[in-house]
Design a binder for this molecule. Sequence first.
Ligand code: ARG
Ligand code: ASP
Length: 707
Amino acid sequence: MKRIVTLLFLAAVCTSAMADEGMWIPMLLGRNEADMQKAGMRISAKDIYDINNACLKDAVLLFGSGCTGEYVSPEGLLLTNHHCGYSFIVRHSTVEHDYLTHGFWAMSRDQEIPCPGLTVTRLVRMEDVTDMVLEGVTSQMSEGERSALVESNIKKITAKTESGTHYKAVIKPFYYGNQYFMYVNEIFQDVRLVGAPPSNIGKFGGDTDNWMWPRHTGDFSMFRVYAGDDNKPAPYSPSNKPYKPLKHLEISLSGVQEGDFTFVFGYPGTTQRYVTSDAVELDANIENPIRIDLRTIRLRHYNNAMNQSPAQRLKYASRVASIANGWKKWQGETLGINRLKGVEQKQAFEQRYQQWAADKPQYYNVLQQLHNAYSQLRPIEVELVYFSEAVLASDFMNRANTYNRLANNDNEEEVAELVEKLRNNNEKYFADFDQHTIVDRAIFVETFLYMWKAGYAPYLGETTMTEAAVEKRLGKIYDGSLLNNPEKINAFLKNYTVKKAAKLKNDPAIQLYSQAYALAYDPQKLAQYRRAEQDIRRLMRTYVKGMMEMQPDVNFFPDANLTLRVAYGHVAGFRPKDGVYYKPYSTLQGIMEKENPDIYDYVVEPQLKKLYNSRDYGRYGTADKQMPVGFIATNHTTGGNSGSPVLNADGRLIGLNFDRCWEGTMSDLLFDPDYCRNICLDIRYCLFIIDKFAGAKHLVDEMTLVQ
Ligand code: ARG
Ligand code: ASP
């Protein structure tokens, strides 16, 4: 095992293959330092990550479980995206106090709103623990034996590290388990909402502009982290004090120019840079089209409802945002992959690999075996996509899932608890059922029908049946189910005992759900699926190891895995298509150009218009009286990087990462420097909104601004 580590190390000291591509490990940033400085960086790798001194790393946090945030004041004030704080803003919003629509600003500390369940995580230090994790692992072991040993080693190492501290340790595999790093973290539990702009700033352009450039979204929100008297993490308490971070980011007011060096420091979630042509084909050309079609159906119905009343808008806002986000990204991804001829590109690489491996017994089989494993995986994976995107599309079927669990539970105590919960849920669920049922029924019928037509719901009837007959059948199931009858289901639950399970099991909803489930999760198929997955994991480990031996001059970055990374590049425009060049920045003028009071996504706040008309931008505007809003750069980012600080050559905050350009969303699989751009909120717009728009200058005063 030692050998692998040495090889990896050798592979990694050489320079990066493709400019701008890569999400680098902070601890190993020394290897990129020269390249970064050549690209314009004026600080050192140690200023970014250093375990002995406070450094930029101490200001960058995992926000919740899938975003990034950063400290911008010595008083624990934190910036992240509006869409990252979204669910907390929604949670505290009602039709009377609608913070989502109108914004929220705590004018004093006691107005800051606790957010139970929200945590922020600071990395204390990281460590290469490959040798310890792989201790005892031999090449003769089966994958199952290997995993079991690795897991037990990991448990021992993390337990030993955590013992006697308040730290939490996690160990994650890199390069498909060729290397392991341990992350020692500190988790803060008292996080409070401090500020959020109104939706028509924080989400300006909505899902219409999402994933697109030019962009004008003021995608930020603010929180404050609180700690115990000792400045250590503590559960919420009114007596907690604002946390004093080891480091907070300085903010640059000097703005960005095309060509400027930038880096993004944050928590990218998942990339699949090294997968084979089969995996790219499966993702881009088989799964994405199915997911896109099914989500199109759901979005059509939700959007209709949302256009009918503010209450319905609030009701569906959060779920539509998340459904639409994947829906749009996958469209861009598939187009991008095909534009790049991604599958063919991978195939060509595989051919070269095969030639290289011809005389290397440990590698020459691996691609064929991977191909076989994907053949096993593919049909089942497609069924699982149908299950999650079609069967579980409606609330109706999600409820059927829950009631099915009830019907199959004979533990009296658990049943009593579940029934109690269901009764509470029903109260909320049926509150506006008449309206909701129109939307939910239509979604249920259409998604199942789509699946049936594609041959994935044979239990609905023979293919010789007419579509109208199947549709009628689905309608009958919806209308005939106990689950959709408020009076009956409540009465039924009131006197529920395990003896009544049979009646539940006979309900048409549960019958249908069970049939769909039995088909997708057939134990034999599932076993085949798990085996294929395991094989792929094992084979990818070998394949990637070979790839690194084959290209000893390439500095391979490990796929994103929700650990802290640095991506670097330049502020740059791009050509999305023939005849079009996108400049790398947008301004408030663009917001005025997009303004349309009749379209929800493009309503402009009167107060913002006033500031625009008087060009009242204070110290945040440019010398030529423009108010910058967004910019794009060539940093390699992905989901999870939202809220990440975008820093300049001096390590000062110039923006907040929040998105990517649509033409480059294939970057999780293939990065193309001509098309891949991350989208950032210009920090000057953020400060302008806080100070000039919201009148919350006290928050800006906490920060460290540098001209
Ligand atoms: N596309 C961005 C990301 O993946 C922003 C998503 C939130 N915005 C939205 N309009 N749904 O997170
Ligand atoms: N919008 C994404 C996020 O929430 C970022 C991206 O996918 O580029 O992390």
